[in-house]
Write a protein that binds this ligand. Structure first.
Ligand code: NAD
Length: 250
């Protein structure tokens, strides 16, 4: 079983912090060069990507709003100019907010769809031509278990992640025979800043529902992304893997 990614080039969106940072660091440890594409500048990142410039494997920070077509095009162009190929794309950038549907503004619905779902299409749309040209690539989309469970107050977030699941399955069917494997990860609640705005009562209630009785850590999600990017995952197509503490058992 080969879980090494030596010499590969990966783009991980939203990797300035949280799950994306964990995946980017795990990729570097597995030998891949990593482009961190995040709307926040490098000074706001939780880790020092700039320190990896000029190293082997190399890290590179590209400040980019992945919901914006021109910025995604620029991000992909800069990656190709720097590395000449893209082997792995992880669509991880995302946001969470909570509001009952009756109070949800149209602007917030559109923002959620734009960052969580449109961005996945945009990044795939720009990266795919480079993967198709080499008949090789891995795309890993970060969904959420809320795509399956739904959640009171998270209809917009859950719908965006349901869209990510369906998009993943459709694209997987489209490009599998072109040598590009598309899969997803649907984490359960993970201890990142995304959980900062959740209420204590909700956390206590939610932990009680989980067979493990606790939320997950970033390090418990990142290995799944390494596996899906590796040669060991060569028979995985359109699968949504679930590091979720047992909350959802599809
Ligand atoms: N933490 C959880 O409990 C959990 C559970 C299931 C799924 N997820 C998903 O995992 C992914 C990562 O979440 P996290 O918990 O690490 O969150 P996080 O808030 O810690 O990190 C998200 C990162 O995405 C970046 N980002 C936001 N909008 C962006 C944009 N338009 N363009 C580029 N970058 C942007 C942020 O700057 C940040 O660095 C998200 O898609 C989230 O929906 C998280």
């Amino acid at each position: 079983m080969d879980l090494r990614l030596d010499g590969k080039v990966a783009i991980v969106t939203g990797a300035g912090q949280g799950i994306g940072a964990g995946i980017a660091q795990a990729y570097l440890a597995a030998g891949a060069n990593v482009v961190v594409a995040d709307i926040a500048g490098p000074q706001r990142a939780s880790w020092d990507v700039a320190a990896l410039e000029g190293r082997e494997p190399r890290g590179m920070y590209i400040k980019s709003d992945v919901a914006d077509e021109a910025q995604v095009q620029n991000m992909v162009e800069r990656t190709m100019a720097a590395f000449g190929q893209i082997d792995i794309l992880v669509n991880n950038a995302g946001v969470l907010s909570q509001a009952p549907v009756v109070d949800l503004t149209v602007a917030e619905w559109d923002r959620m769809m734009s960052i969580n779902l449109r961005s996945v299409f945009l990044c795939c749309h720009e990266v795919l031509p480079h993967m198709l040209a080499r008949k090789s690539g891995r795309i890993i989309n970060i969904a959420s278990q809320l795509a399956y469970l739904g959640g009171a107050g998270t209809a917009h977030y859950s719908a965006s992640k349901g869209g990510v699941v369906s998009f993943t399955r459709s694209l997987a069917r489209e490009v599998a025979r072109e040598g590009i494997l598309v899969n997803g990860i649907a984490p359960g609640p993970i201890e990142t800043s995304m959980q900062d705005n959740t209420q204590t009562e909700w956390r206590t209630w939610k932990m009680g529902l989980l067979p493990l009785g606790r939320f997950g850590e970033v390090e418990e999600v990142a290995p799944t992304a390494v596996f899906l990017a590796s040669d060991a995952a060569s028979f995985y197509v359109g699968q949504i893997l679930g590091p979720n503490g047992g909350d959802v058992m599809p």
